[in-house]
Design a protein around this ligand. Sequence first.
Ligand code: SAM
Length: 250
Amino acid sequence: MTTPSAHAAAQYASTTGNLSARIAIYDYRTNPQDWYAWAAERLPRDGHVVEVGAGTGALWSRATRPARLTLMDFSPAMCQRLRAVGNASVVRGSATALPFAPGSFDGLIANHMLYHLDDPEAGLREFARVLRPGGRLAVSVNGRDHLAEIMELLPDRTTRVHNDVLAENIAGYVGRFFDDVEVRRYPSELAISDAEPVLRYLASQARAPLTPEQEAGVRETVAAAGVFRVRQHVVLVTASAAQPGRVGRQ
Ligand SMILES: C[S@@+](CC[C@H](N)C(=O)[O-])C[C@H]1O[C@@H](n2cnc3c(N)ncnc32)[C@H](O)[C@@H]1O
């Protein structure tokens, strides 16, 4: 049984392809405003902001740049891609041992990455450490039923390995280290009329290529639905870094 961080390394260390295949499924969202644009309106943007687990940097084609931006990821492939974002420092490092001094940032964004950590509290403790007191945190995670209809298509083949951080319990996790915790849900679902993006999404998760029979089954299900409706359950959590004595209180 693999760990969340080993799974994340296998998915992301040497390729941006798995992440790009997964982002593409959201082209079928019912909300005309995509997730990144919706989140961008609610993110910290004052002073020096760091994005931890920045991936391909997709957020920064939608979000207004802060005065100073640092992009961080543990994947060499992602860091290479992040250098193309421009006007940002790119740093390779781990979310649970951030290569930054205490109080370095006014804002920290961790978009869809907290569930990849073996110890999510270690990550949140680090986020609190590198933010100045009163600095702003923005974290996004998924709900238990996120993309359930896709995951149910091939329940034995998908290998999503995450820790237990979900939309349902994220406020409790963040509240152990931060103040003023607010959770907001992005309003959307997916309405998919073509099996190919579903197959690409499933392939990005699978241990081995899908068999012709599995592919045919997925095509049949999507075609039979006409419009294949899929739940999208994503929340954005914002919070403020506490005063030093507060950090780590249970
Ligand atoms: C699902 S992707 C999200 C990427 C980006 N934030 C976005 O929303 O488009 C998760 C990202 O977190 C990175 N990541 C996973 N575990 C990490 C860790 N322990 N430290 C730093 N980055 C990590 C992965 O390499 C990947 O780029």
